[in-house]
Ligand binder design. Sequence first.
Ligand code: SAH
Length: 420
Amino acid sequence: MAAGILGDTDTVYPLSLRLAGRLAVVVGGGPVAVRRVAGLRTADADVLVVAPELSPSLADLAARGLISARQRSYQITDLEGAWLVLACTSRAEVNEAVAADADMMRLWCVRADDGGASAAWVPAVGRAGGATVAVNADRNPRRAAALRDACMAAVEAMPRDESAQDGAAGRPQAGGPGWVSIVGGGPGDPGLITVAGLERLRSADVVVTDRLAPLGLLAGLPPDVEVIDAAKVPAGPGMRQENINRLLVEHARAGRSVVRLKGGDPFVFGRGREEADACQAAGVPCDVVPGVTSAVSVPAAAGIPVTHRGLSQGFTVVTGHAGSDDARSTVDWAALAASRTTLVLLMAVEHAAGIAEALIAAGMPAETPAACVADGWSGQQRVVTAALADLAPAMKEADISNPAVLIIGETARYAERSNR
Ligand code: SAH
């Protein structure tokens, strides 16, 4: 899909280029070149940058062999073998010379500095669900970007059935091969899912959710999307998890697009690997979209960095769900006490007192700063701070319940009610 909104040049000929493996030459090494190179790399083009000075990100790409670079002034021979030329130096006379050479060689050249003198333009581009929107607007890039955003909103809002009729959606049809995507939804705020995660959600026929998944996102789903609460899947003859695995596989086998929406990241205490294994064992196509884990983002919701220069050179994430004196716990609390890293404890509300005791017994100072952040990123977020020895009583007094993250270490000093 392409939308073209042309101003004084109604004769422009919109075209989408497949540049994979083809040489595109970028003359210039500044900020405009950085953006152009990024776009060309998305298109899989072979990129050659020619400039006496390269901005650090271009130098880095060249050092890693991801683009070629000639660090000197432009020469006409640089255009040999090119399919496309982008003149984006800050000097008009250089851009003009590049454009003239390209014209002579019958190469398409985009001039960044002078749209009027340019043989070709780069439109504002947006992509979603297999559709590409490209907008030119009167050589006004801001207007083009605004129109592109408006078009994208329309693409994203288009009812799924309509886009399926266009054949543009790339979604499996009922009866076709289904798939499962195990998506990390972040810590609860609908804004903290990834773009890839949101895209999967938008193309789902079935969404299997968890209690801690960002349920606010479900409100925006079309009414025909089936939402299944995993907590309500009966345990039946086997474990609940086995039945969830079976459910994912069965829906996918029936040709449906299945999103398994989880809180945080699927691979951090999320059983994501078990679900992916079940899909793979059943031959169901499956992918995993990482998420923003609560282990890092919930402390951040209270202004607490898990590392901080001069205070903490690392962090350790552990579950407290088995308790420090429980035979099922394989965590070496004494080693953690000596680790000098920030300790981030998940599922630890119930055993907070025992854990603090074990850490102190192992030599961690009782006055080590500590914090507890409950219901992070929600309107009910609560933050409790105390010295390590006093944390559990303070949590009790504040009537803290799950879900909550405990942070033990110097960076917990930064705790504030909210950083929002
Ligand atoms: N996969 C998830 C963690 C699942 S374990 C992730 O990466 O975030 C569940 C635990 O995560 C909870 O007991 C709690 O410790 C923590 N948690 C998840 N979301 C939370 C939130 N919004 N606020 C506080 N703690 C949260």
